[in-house]
Design a protein around this ligand. Structure first.
Ligand SMILES: Cc1ncc(COP(=O)(O)O)c(C=O)c1O
Length: 444
């Protein structure tokens, strides 16, 4: 039995199976965009621990900051004693992500996970508006606490976990259905009308605290929010005093080629949760909001023992500094361009690839059996992912039907590693779909 098999065997004996396992991959160490398993085999990392390692594994400056802070102050609890790292990180966050055009009008708070940040954003919106209801979208993923499970769309993430939180209403995310031919203008018009109709037939806007939406859906399959829809949402929220929340947990911190994905939209949210790549792998998350909203939160109703732990704050501050030094936004744009070109070439060759989409380095391709929009190619995608792993590439799926292949590699990936990873992926897609035979036949 290999060391990896032995570790998986031990896991299965003691770890709750509800903690999902995507594969038999193990991890012993990692550096840059390479992750090494417990048997010493190296893999190109296209998963980044689900979009967490934008700054790269084991960045020297981040590791040094963690070490230094751990030796000085590991924990104090921000409710008990104010420490420099918490305040300095909030200063950085409001500098990078102002939620108001006027200076000094943005505030932040720190917690530990994406779900906790989402949960707090909703609590803040409820307190600031005095209203109960929240509107969310199909395909959404907002985490696994009970409130976040309620907001999350895909039922396999929440089966048997109900009863869910009341006063949550769901509308279709403004993306075309597979095979649907509709212009973006028509799509946006249709979905904004649907929202206005929901205010007549489903929930009064006077009861709605917040509308929460991902600027690019993560687990939902990398659908990109149309700018005109975001502008429409902003106008509707302003008209009715509703808080607009952009969930930037997966999109934030250079993944899309900007610090915030909302910068692409040209629309400011009232509140936004962030996590993942913020801490360079350490557990830390935040809610950023307009000061006028944050100042209405009742003291003692948000926070927690570990929120903004000093070691995690030091990691986040070092991560932000490194991202600036390495200009990871420019790198993300370049990586995204390379992936898009390759994915489009694969789509031209493989009829099963029905969509190539994404923003910056957050790129994905969707597969349907033989291009038939009614047959999501979930099993084919599983085969692609297995073949990639056999050939030294770690990659994960997404999408409501798990028929989307997504790339969330560290942004410090070298050109050579990226090209090699894309070669492995292309070969796997071609062979799993039987497209090699198709193109040979076509040539004949
Ligand atoms: C958009 C989005 N929101 C929230 C979450 C939940 O984050 P966490 O798993 O850290 O709780 C995720 C995680 O994938 C996410 O992608």
């Amino acid at each position: 039995m290999s060391k990896g098999e032995e570790l998986i065997r031990r896991r299965e004996a003691v770890v709750c199976p509800g903690v999902g396992r995507l594969s038999t991959m193990t991890a012993a160490s990692a550096e840059g965009a390479i992750i090494t398993d417990v048997d010493g085999r190296a893999f190109i990392d296209f998963a980044g621990g689900i979009g967490v390692m934008n700054v790269g594994h084991s960045d020297e400056a981040v590791v040094a900051a963690i070490r230094e802070q751990a030796g000085r102050l590991q924990h104090a609890c921000i409710h008990v004693a104010t420490y420099e790292g918490y305040v300095a990180l909030c200063e950085e966050l409001v500098r990078l992500f102002p939620h108001d055009d006027r200076p000094g009008q943005t505030k932040a708070m720190l917690v530990n996970t994406g779900a906790e940040a989402v949960e707090n954003a909703i609590k803040i919106a409820r307190q600031a508006t005095g209203r109960p209801a929240v509107i969310c979208f199909t395909g959404a993923f907002h985490g696994r606490t009970l409130l976040c499970s309620t907001l999350t769309s895909k039922v396999t993430y929440k089966t048997g976990c109900g009863p869910f939180v009341p006063e949550i209403y769901r509308l279709p995310y403004p993306s075309a259905q597979p095979g649907e031919r509709i212009s973006e203008d028509d799509l946006v018009r249709r979905e904004l009308v649907r929202l206005r109709e929901a205010f007549i037939n489903t929930i009064s806007p006077a009861s709605v605290a917040a509308i929460i939406i991902e600027p690019v859906q993560g687990e939902g399959g990398f659908h990109v929010l149309p700018k005109a829809y975001a502008r429409g949402l902003r106008a509707i929220c302003d008209e009715h005093g509703i808080m607009l929340i952009f969930d930037e947990v997966q999109t934030g911190f250079a993944r899309t080629g900007r610090w915030a994905a909302y910068e692409h939209l040209g629309v400011l949210p009232d509140l936004s949760p962030w996590a993942k790549s913020m801490g360079g792998g350490m557990p830390i998350s935040c809610v950023i909001g307009k000061a006028s909203v944050m100042d209405r939160v009742i003291p003692g109703t948000v926070g927690g023992t570990y929120g903004g732990n000093p070691v995690s704050c030091a990691a986040a501050l070092a991560t932000i500094r490194r991202m600036e030094e390495l200009d990871l936004n420019a790198r993300a744009q370049r990586i995204g361009q390379v992936i898009r070109e390759r994915f489009e070439a694969i789509a031209a060759r493989v009829p099963d690839v029905t969509s190539v989409r994404g923003l910056g380095a957050m790129m994905a391709m969707e597969l349907h059996e033989r291009g038939d929009p009614s047959r999501p190619a979930s099993e084919t995608v599983k085969r692609v992912i297995t073949a990639c792993r056999e050939n030294g590439l770690l990659i994960i799926s997404a999408g409501q039907a798990s028929n989307v292949i997504r790339i969330l590699s560290p942004l410090v990936i070298t050109d050579e590693q990226l090209a090699r990873g894309l070669d492995i992926l292309e070969n796997a897609v071609v062979s799993a779909t039987g497209s090699a035979r198709v193109s040979v036949g076509q040539e004949a």
